[in-house]
Write a protein that binds this ligand. Structure first.
Ligand SMILES: Cc1cc2nc3c(=O)[nH]c(=O)nc-3n(C[C@H](O)[C@H](O)[C@H](O)COP(=O)(O)OP(=O)(O)OC[C@H]3O[C@@H](n4cnc5c(N)ncnc54)[C@H](O)[C@@H]3O)c2cc1C
Length: 506
């Protein structure tokens, strides 16, 4: 006989940054006609972290799930389209490569495209892999277009966004409030936990108001007010692998041509980002304080932004890592309250998104079955580990020997899972896929090759295709991609035509 679930009747979201309003928007939609109330408590005085401007392609699924019109969203957030990240000076000074979204070429039946490319390269073809990425070639040319109805070569193309994080939170707030979410302005001063149940019962605000609930979502940022401070869930420190612990964020004037990619430039003790938005450019220096002073880090940033600054550098501090469990009792943490692996591959907002979708898949009733919680924690944990490995690859596989920071990164002991992946790629050109990677084969391929990891062999199955045929197909693909890019508009022209932010809106 089936047990009737005892549905959750009230959800309290503590915090209204990107995480809080993404959760509120998604839950307000998911709860549909149920009579579950959703309340967001946030404090304008405390404010939000205010950074987080670059994303990866799955964000389009999130916005799509909410039924958000893309042009309206880009206009409202000062957004631009992001095709890739350009890594400058990472492998060695003077070197650069792109991590584009989408795929390289088309697979040859069961054989991965890059294997035929490796084979043709061994036979003397000097075309770089990048020539077979429509996304990368468009990024290089400063072009952008949305895939047409019948995609053809665009089936290999993909994109994400750059946007203004506070405008995105504001946009989602309007969405959530229109669907019945209540917002309470106030500072949480106390978290009451039931002595027998061990569950959170209510939040007390500093003016004495109380906010009771059945399910609590902790989106209070680095503070982790509920999951960490009240429930005592430990934070696993991963700075032995990801040593950067500070950042300075600095806006500058808009770049006229709106390059459709994030730039990440390695510096002596970390790296610097450049994110083009419609109304300004986001810049920041992420660094490890063991190797550079804050003043020196600010000097490096200001000297290198290449445009007039429109504010002062804003400092941020963090410890890379994650909560051991991101769901404890009746409290699920999302965003910075659950962990932070630094912004190198723009994964944090994505982790909020997948935290929400996993929560919806394992949504509890008032019994809070521990099996659902355990599975949620396992899946979130695996995702954090796979992102960690991808990030560590950038730091560890470098030729740079010009600073103590880079010498330390080269010498660090890397996670076994990453070591196995690098080893398999060097031996066979194949990519280990253990079914939990956020980043798929093309991303690993771009970064492994970009960081100078070169396979010694290629797939023997490539030999099932005559070499001349393989060379011919490669040449034809390269031409289709080059011709397609020629016909695409510039990103600035595309935005002007479809989704320009109205003047004065920011
Ligand atoms: C340097 C840096 C660069 C980043 N770049 C990127 C990027 O390019 N791409 C990306 O995906 N992510 C990036 N991130 C991460 C991204 O900024 C966050 O994942 C995202 O903004 C979510 O933050 P949050 O909502 O968890 O926290 P916050 O923005 O800090 O929000 C916390 C909320 O909790 C509220 N709050 C806290 N305490 C209380 C209290 N006592 N009472 C009431 N309310 C309270 C605050 O008022 C606020 O509303 C970056 C992070 C950093 C540090």
């Amino acid at each position: 006989m089936n047990e009737t679930p005892a549905p959750i009747r009230s959800i309290v979201i503590a915090g209204g940054g990107t995480a809080g309003w993404m959760a509120a928007a998604a839950l307000s939609l998911a709860m549909g006609a149920s009579d579950c109330t959703i309340t967001v408590v946030e404090s304008e005085e405390i404010g939000t972290v205010g950074v987080g401007e670059a994303t990866i392609p799955p964000i389009r699924l999130f916005n799509g799930m909410l039924g958000i019109d893309e042009n309206e969203f880009v206009r409202a957030t000062g957004g631009t389209f992001k095709l890739a990240i350009e890594f400058v000076d990472w492998t060695r000074l003077g070197h650069h490569y792109f991590h584009p979204f989408g795929r390289f070429g088309d697979d040859f039946g069961m054989t991965a495209f890059h294997q035929q490319w490796l084979r043709c390269r061994a036979a003397g073809n000097d075309a770089p892999l990048s020539a077979f990425s429509l996304t990368e070639q468009a990024a290089l040319a400063g072009k952008f277009d949305r895939p047409p109805g019948s995609p053809g070569v665009f089936s290999t193309f993909s994109y994400a966004y750059h946007f203004d994080a506070s405008l995105y939170a504001r946009f989602l707030r309007r969405y959530a409030e229109a669907r019945g979410v209540t917002r309470i302005e106030g500072k949480i001063a106390d978290v009451r936990i039931g002595s027998e149940s061990g569950l959170i019962e209510r939040l007390t605000l500093d003016d004495g108001r109380e906010v009771a609930g059945e399910l609590f979502i902790d989106c209070t940022g680095f503070r982790g007010l509920l999951i960490g401070q009240a429930l005592g869930e430990p934070y696993e420190d991963w700075s032995r692998w990801l040593p950067c612990n500070r950042a300075l964020a600095l806006p500058s004037e808009r770049l006229a041509d709106l390059p459709p990619f994030t730039r990440s430039t390695a510096r002596g003790a970390g790296w610097q980002w450049r994110i083009p938005l419609q109304h300004r450019t986001g810049n920041g220096h992420v660094y490890c304080s063991d190797f550079i002073s804050d003043d020196e880090a600010a000097r490096v940033l200001i000297e290198d932004i290449g445009a007039a600054a429109t504010g002062d550098p804003r400092p941020l501090r963090f410890t890379t890592g994650r909560r051991r469990n991101t769901w404890v009792g009746n409290c699920v943490s999302l965003g910075l309250a659950s962990g932070f692996l630094e912004p190198l591959e723009s994964t944090s907002i994505h982790m909020i998104q997948t935290g929400i979708t996993k929560l919806l898949a394992w949504f509890p009733d008032r019994g809070f079955d521990p099996v659902s919680r355990a599975e949620y924690n396992r899946q979130v944990g695996a995702e954090y580990e796979s992102v960690r490995d991808f990030l560590v690859l950038h730091y560890n596989r470098v030729e740079r020997d010009d600073s103590d920071f880079w010498r330390m990164c080269r010498a660090m002991e890397i996670p076994d899972t990453l070591a196995a992946k690098i080893d398999a790629f060097e031996r066979t050109g194949r990519l280990l896929d253990r079914g939990k990677d956020l980043f798929e084969a093309p991303s690993w391929l771009a970064v492994l090759l970009g960081q100078g990891v070169t396979p010694r062999a290629y797939d023997p199955m490539t030999l099932a295709v005559p070499e001349n045929d393989a060379q011919r197909v490669l040449a034809a693909m390269r031409k289709v991609i080059a011709d397609t890019v020629t016909q695409m508009p510039s990103q600035a022209a595309h935005i002007d035509r479809h989704c320009r932010m109205p003047a004065g809106q920011a």
